[in-house]
Structures are given as C-alpha cells and as structure tokens.
Design a protein around this ligand. Structure first.
Ligand code: SF4
Length: 442
C-alpha cells in the first residue's frame, strides 16, 4: 500500500473539476486511485462549505478515518476545497490525525505536500489566495478524456457577494480565462471524442466583463458553436442580473446551444432579494424568463431557491411559492437557509422557528415535485434526440444518454452509437430518468 490514493468529492461542479486535477497530479506522481479508503495510502477530501449540512458531512467523514490512522501510522489524510480554505489552520489544530490542508487556489501544491508527508511525516497548510495572473496559469486543462461530455472552466470566483454565500470568501474574486485558451481546449476535446461541453463558472454570464479576456460571453458561445464535430453546448451557472437580452437571443439562433438553462432565483420576494443582495427584482426576473420563453418556447428551466432566509415572513415565502407556480421549473434545488460564517447574512437577526422553516421547505419541495413530474411526464410519447454517453447501469444492452433538456434516457442499443445523437421515443418517465426506444430518424 505504498502508492495508492482515495479521493472523495463534495459539492458543486467546480469541485468536480478540481478533483479531476487532483487525480491527474497524483497519477503523475505514480499514485493509483482506489475505490475504498481502506486500500489507500493517501486519503483526500475535496470539500464544500456552501451549506452547513455539507460542512458537517465533511467532519463526519473525517471522523470515520481517524480509526484507520490509528491502525496505520503511515496513512496520510488531507482536506482541500472550500472547508479547507475557510477553516485553514483550525482544521490542523482540531484534528491532530490530519496531515495536510490545501485551499481552493493551492491544488497545484498538492504533490509537494504529499511528498513531504510521505518523506518526513511533516504536516502542511497551504491556503494562500493567488493574484489573477497566477490563477490564470492554473486553470484546469485536461484534454485526455474517455468521455462524450465534458465541463470546461471558463471563469472562477465571484464578485457578487450575495449576503448568504461563502463563494467569494473561499473561491476569491472573479477571473475569466482567455478565450483563445478555452477554444483550443474545446477543439482538443472534440478531437478526443467529446461531443458536448458545459461551460463552467460561478457566474458565467459575467465572463469577460471585467476586461481580462478578449471575447464577450456571447462571442465566445458563437465561436464554440462553429467548432466542427461538437454537437452540444451548455453553460452554468447564470446570474439573472447578468443574463443580457443578447445572451437570451443566442438560444434562438445558435444551433448547438441546448434549450435548457439553470437560472437561480433564490426568493420570490423583493424584500428578501434585496436582503440577499441579488441585484434584481421579482419582476425583472420574470421579464427575463418571459423573453427566454418567447425566443425559445421549448426551453427547460431549473433553479435554486432558499427557504427561511433571515426575516422571511409567511408572505415572503408565499411569493416564492407563487413564482415556482408561475415559471414552472423542470427541477429546483431547494435549500433550507443555514448561516455561513463570514457572510453578511450570518449577522442578520433570525428568529424564524426551525419547525416553521421546515414546514415551508416541505411545502415548497412537495409543490415543486408535482410540477417537475407534470413537466417530464409531458415528454412521454414524444421523440427527442439523445446524445449517447455510454452503457446504462441497467445493463443488458441498455445505453444511456441525455436529451437537450438534460434528462437522462435509458434505451436499448448498440454501443457503436456512443457519441452519436439518435432519435429516441420516450416510453416511461421516472423521477430522475426516462426509458425510451430508438426510432428511425424522421
Ligand atoms: S452569485 Fe451570489 S450565490 Fe452565486 S457564487 Fe456569487 S455570491 Fe454566491
């Protein structure tokens, strides 16, 4: 057990991309990734602190590894990501069995930290925030891939400081990656067999607005749309305030841009939106949704929303519920508010009864689940292009892929269809996926 590592990833797609980089760095050192912590010489957790629950899960997992360390003194345990950035030295103090802590800007330092821990058992901490120039050198680029779909980071960090959010504190300020580098990466990915890219950033709509890159986000999309061999483009996450008319129009004219958008609204109440520092009103949000639907009538929208923000009254909550009814999201990620250390909202007075917060949460989830079921059920009987991503977990000659609306579809087919868009008629609809059958191209 001298050269193995086990990596657990929590949280958002940014962490997933960082974890790919961790895997690449440790593999380059000659370490092999394993499936269980028991088999590993190095155990790493790439963590999320965006919600209290996610953070508690990290501590829970670390606690499980303590007995392993007691059995095997040469085991190395490390923590990276947002909890590492936020807690830093506290983690090493609180958890004596921990060997290394690396922040969101310090993934590149991991090989030397692991080497030091292996050689002389030294514990290390790297949580320094880098300047933009240094960060631009460190954008993750991986073009060796066996997959059909791929996330491509176009920007990192956030300048918005929504009052509940730790991202600007743990990921740093916004920086956009040069357009030429993004285009080159996508061309290389397509040459390797990738057919769909999702452009990734905390707030992709503000790509290039701060002057670091050459193209605007719309121009970048136009050039990606021209890349031969690429079938589909998606992007996430969007901030409603920065969703310009020009960007909305791209859904009507760029053939490869999927008719699907994640557009977090967070609250349906203007009073709460202001307390959250979101920078748009309910009506402005609804106007953008109306424009999107007029440009692209079949667009499927998803969203994030928070229940029980400090000071939320029943009336505020009812407005959130009514917005969900009005927009009819295909899916929504609903979160119970939890105060995050270091954010402005953590200092706001919050006297909402936890039982009432929970009741509102359950009401909203229940209503949204009904709306989601109705929307996805309406696809049954229809035929959609499915981009085949691989063999389905269902086995027995089953493939899986996604519709342009980002819904997983399982159907019977030959593996030679991998990477191709095929027409599939939807037969049944489950909670998270659908079952279909391939039909002749129309
Ligand atoms: S836009 Fe707001 S919620 Fe999103 S990452 Fe930035 S601060 Fe957080």
């Amino acid at each position: 057990m001298t050269s193995t590592f086990y990596l657990e990833t929590f949280g958002c797609q940014m962490n997933v991309v960082d974890s790919e980089r961790i895997v690449a760095l440790l593999s380059d050192m000659g370490l092999t990734q394993v499936d269980t912590p028991e088999e590993a010489r190095v155990i790493l957790l790439n963590t999320c602190s965006v919600r209290d629950k996610a953070e508690r899960r990290v501590y829970g997992h670390l606690g499980r590894y303590k007995p392993l360390k007691q059995q095997r003194k040469d085991l190395i345990i490390g923590v990276g990501g947002c909890v590492a950035q936020q807690e830093g030295e506290n983690l090493l103090e609180k958890l004596p069995f921990l060997d290394l802590v690396f922040g969101t800007h310090n993934v590149h330092k991991l090989p030397e930290m692991v080497r030091a821990a292996m050689n002389d058992r030294s514990r290390s901490l790297e949580t320094e925030f880098l300047d933009n120039e240094a960060r631009l050198q460190l954008f993750p680029t991986r073009t060796d891939t066996g997959s059909i779909t791929r996330f491509v980071t176009v920007m990192q960090g956030c300048d918005n400081f929504c009052t509940y959010c730790v991202v600007p504190h743990v990921r740093g300020r916004e920086v956009s990656r040069p357009s030429a580098e993004i285009l080159e990466e996508i061309q290389a990915l397509v040459a390797q067999g990738v057919r769909e890219v999702t452009l990734l950033g905390q707030n992709v709509n503000s790509y290039g607005l701060k002057g670091e890159s050459e193209l605007s986000f719309v121009e970048l999309l136009e050039q990606i749309n021209d890349i031969e061999g690429l079938e589909r483009i998606r992007f996430t996450t969007s901030h409603p305030r920065d969703l310009s008319d020009e960007l909305i129009e791209t859904f009507g004219r760029l053939g490869k841009l999927c008719h699907q958008l994640h557009l977090p609204f967070q609250s349906g109440s203007d009073r709460i939106l202001e307390l959250m520092n979101r920078g748009y009103s309910r009506q402005q949000y609804l106007d953008k949704v109306a424009r999107l639907k007029s440009v692209c009538p079949d667009i499927r929208l998803t969203t994030d929303l928070i229940v029980g923000f400090p000071g939320e009254t029943l009336e505020d909550f009812e407005q959130t519920l009514s917005l969900v009814e009005q927009v009819r999201y295909a899916d929504a990620f609903t979160f119970l508010y939890s105060a995050r250390p270091g954010t402005a909202a953590a200092h706001m007075s919050d006297d909402l009864d936890p039982a009432e917060r929970q009741r509102r949460f359950e009401r909203l989830v229940k209503r949204q689940e009904q709306v989601s079921a109705e929307i996805w059920q309406s696809d049954v009987g229809g035929t959609f292009d499915v981009l085949v991503e691989g063999e389905s977990k269902q086995g027995q000659g089953q493939l899986f892929g996604r519709t342009a609306s980002n819904r997983i579809v399982n159907f019977e087919g030959e593996i030679s269809l991998l990477g191709r868009c095929v027409p599939v008629k939807i037969l049944r609809c489950g909670k998270n996926s659908m079952v279909g059958e391939q039909v002749a191209a129309g």
